[in-house]
Design a protein around this ligand. Structure first.
Ligand code: NAI
Length: 253
């Protein structure tokens, strides 16, 4: 059962960071289009409550752990035998600047945002190459488009996500398979992470100017990002791969 325009019936979709915000909204959007959704998060209880609401399944996962990714892959293979869609939404935001970047925070940021996404793509591509088909959507950010004095590591991590996305997309497109990999770059989205961003904005002298780089009038609702992810995950986006889709209501235009 699909939503009319997008039908993901028979497809297995995996979402990281599924307990909250964009990941959670994406689980609802994918399930609404008929996909069997597997909700993954460090917060297993949160993932389970999403899974219960959409008739999907949940599994605990720290995206930074290669070991845990492989355990999840084995479980998916045993339970479902396939993986059609991966959405890498797990992420963290810590404020820092190049002048005083704390390497501990830098490593944490890159471990979750970059290595977590890379490991997820590797696991998904193992399934998708066998199937000859699949779609991956990675969450980058408009914070990756311009330098930012107070979110240096975060912006760099998201720029890396977008670049890995392009490399993976090109590699697969050249082998003539039907695997597409895209990045979504939201501006400010009203989620738990937005509270972190507001705290970061308030740290500097002219918060309105900084806020203005990420939002025009209002932040996005998570569902407004999930709808774009849903489109990219579906065959409606059959010729879209390697793209960085900005979803910020012109804030970075
Ligand atoms: P959120 O904070 O609401 O949710 C993030 C989820 O990721 C949480 O459920 C958390 O438990 C999970 N998570 C964190 N570390 C994890 C780990 N090591 N392993 C597994 N799960 C982990 O965040 P939100 O806003 O939904 O963000 C989703 C993605 O969108 C992130 O990658 C974020 O960087 C990106 N993004 C968010 C924006 C915003 O304004 N909220 C703007 C642009 C991009």
């Amino acid at each position: 059962m699909g939503n009319g325009w997008i039908d993901l019936g028979g497809q297995v979709a995996v979402v990281t960071g599924a307990a909250s915000g964009i990941g959670k909204a994406t689980c609802f959007a994918l399930a609404g289009a008929g996909a069997k959704v597997i909700a993954l998060d460090l917060d297993l209880q949160g993932a389970q409550s999403v899974a219960t609401a959409i008739g999907g399944a949940a599994h605990g996962l720290d995206v930074t752990s290669e070991f845990e990714w492989h355990a999840v892959a084995d479980w998916i293979e045993a339970e479902y035998g396939r993986l059609d869609i991966l959405v890498n939404s797990a992420g963290i935001a810590i404020s820092d600047s190049v002048g005083d970047a704390d390497l501990v925070n830098y490593h944490k940021t890159f471990a979750v945002n970059v290595e977590g996404t890379l490991l997820g793509m590797q696991v998904a591509l193992d399934f998708m190459r066998k199937q000859g088909k699949g779609a991956i959507v990675n969450l980058a950010s408009t914070a990756s488009l311009k330098g930012n004095p107070i979110m240096a590591s975060y912006g760099a991590s998201k720029a890396t996500v977008a670049h890995f996305t392009r490399s993976a997309a090109l590699q697969n497109a050249r082998t003539q398979n039907d695997i597409r990999i895209n990045a979504v770059l939201p501006g400010l989205v009203e989620t738990a992470m937005a509270d972190d961003f507001y705290g970061i904005f308030d740290k500097i002298g002219s918060p309105d100017d900084v806020r203005g780089a990420f939002t025009t009038g209002r932040p996005a609702r998570p569902e407004e990002i999930a709808d774009v992810i849903l489109f990219l995950a579906s065959d409606r986006a059959s010729f879209v791969s390697g793209a960085s889709i900005v979803v910020d209501r012109a804030a970075s235009a």
